[in-house]
Design a protein around this ligand. Structure first.
Ligand code: DX5
Ligand code: ZN
Length: 229
């Protein structure tokens, strides 16, 4: 039996696919539907080929929800903006290993600011790149798409890395999050591989009944298929 099976799975809807003209109502909707976290995708048009939002929107999200605000920074450099995002109300700030020249220092800075520190890995980035910062992280994010856009197809090739990360963090209090192309069809595979936080954008905000969407992800997460590693 895979390690991921008995774990409680946290669901983090990504507001990238929400209706920004009614963000407050959207956040209330997913909170009522049982989402534990809210995932906020920050893109700079440089590290990734898309521009989204900054600390101003994170502050607005903070005012509209009592859920954990999980900020995913797809920006390079990240260091100059960490304080702004924590001040805006981020509970977790995740940076990309590929975007941080001094990763150890950046992760320490996030914790010193009072937030939980996360590190994200693109699909082609090996798990070994973060082996030496495990004491500094509260969350590892394995991207299951190339970051930049919502609604992309899930990359099953990342599954062995999720399993590798799960064994790497065994015994530590570190969340293992996945992000990209997660739906009721794919969630079982990532949870089976060892993930315990799942981000979902289009699978939740792209449908009218968010409660049904979240319930269906949760049900599928509870019955993961066997994933060979
Ligand atoms: C991709 C973002 C994701 C994205 C997920 O760069 O980091 O959080 O919004 O969207 P879906 O679930 O639609 O793939
Ligand atoms: Zn994200």
């Amino acid at each position: 039996m895979s390690e991921g099976r008995s774990r409680h799975v946290i669901i983090a809807p990504s507001i990238l696919s929400a209706d920004f003209t009614r963000l407050s109502a959207e956040l209330a909707d997913v909170a009522a539907a049982g989402a534990e976290w809210v995932h906020v995708d920050v893109m700079d048009g440089h590290f990734v080929p898309n521009i989204t939002l900054g600390p101003l929107i994170v502050a607005a999200v903070r005012r509209c929800t009592d859920r954990v605000v999980d900020v995913h920074l797809m920006i390079e450099p990240a260091d100059p903006y960490l304080a702004d995002f924590v001040r805006a109300g981020a509970d977790i700030v995740t940076v990309h290993v590929e975007a941080c020249r001094h990763l150890d220092r950046t992760l320490a800075a996030i914790r010193e600011l009072g937030a939980k520190a996360g590190v994200a890995l693109n699909p082609a980035t090996p798990a070994s790149t973060i082996r030496h910062v495990l004491d500094r992280v509260d969350l590892i994010l394995a991207m299951t798409v190339n970051p930049g856009f919502g609604g992309q197809s899930y990359l099953s090739s990342v599954e062995p890395k999720i399993a590798e990360l799960r064994s790497m963090i065994d015994g530590r209090q570190i969340y293992l999050e996945v992000d990209g192309g997660i739906s009721s069809t794919t969630v079982g595979r990532v949870v089976g591989a060892g993930a315990n936080v799942v981000v979902a954008g289009s699978a939740i905000f792209g449908v009218e009944d968010r409660s049904a969407a979240i319930n269906s992800i949760r049900t599928s997460a509870a019955t993961p298929p066997n994933v060979s590693t």
